[in-house]
Structures are given as C-alpha cells and as structure tokens.
Ligand binder design. Structure first.
Ligand code: ZN
Length: 104
C-alpha cells in the first residue's frame, strides 16, 4: 500500500472516532446521540456542534441567577448589599460585583 492510502485510512478512522466521541455528548440533549452522530458525520462536527449547542437539555434545566460576588473573600451573595457584610466586620469596605451564577 502506498503511504497516501495509509494516511487516508488513518484520517477516516480518526474522523469516525472523533465524531463518535462527540456524538456521545448528545445523550443528555434533546437531539440525541444517533442524530448528532449522523449530522456530525455527514455535515462535519462543526455543523454537529451548532446543532448540539442549539439543542436544549433533556433533563437538566440550567438558568443563570443574578448574584453579587465579593472580590475580597470570594463569597457570592444572592442579594445586593452596598458592601460585603463579611468584610465589613473586618472594617473593610468591599463593593460587590454583579455576576451571573449558573444554576442547575
Ligand atoms: Zn467579602
């Protein structure tokens, strides 16, 4: 066999493995593993990724909640305070930063 053919076979095998591993992510999504595999295989995993990302979660619903984080102690509060209540005890006035906490 020529080297060219060996490389081509290796590339195809690797491609199939990558697509297969990627399609396993679809298990927890609405799209499912089989459909994600077919899309990724024929339309490249780039398209599969687009489908995967647009597909909603099957079981777990994630949402973000507005939270306020203190940079000094790292504590995240669900309510907004003018200054971090913990650091205030140590006579430090630390402003809280608005963050979006990912909830599951
Ligand atoms: Zn603090």
């Amino acid at each position: 066999m020529e080297d060219k053919h060996v490389i081509l076979i290796v590339v195809i095998v690797l491609y199939t493995i990558i697509v297969y591993l990627f399609s396993r992510l679809g298990k927890t999504k609405e799209i499912g593993q089989k459909r994600l595999f077919i899309i990724s295989f024929f339309l490249t995993p780039v398209m599969g990724l687009a489908f995967y990302l647009s597909s909603t979660h099957r079981k777990i619903n994630t949402y973000t909640e507005e939270s306020y984080k203190c940079e000094e102690c790292g504590y995240v509060f669900s309510e907004h305070y003018p200054h971090c209540p913990f650091c205030e005890k140590d006579e430090k006035k630390v402003k809280l930063i608005k963050v979006n906490k990912l909830m599951t």
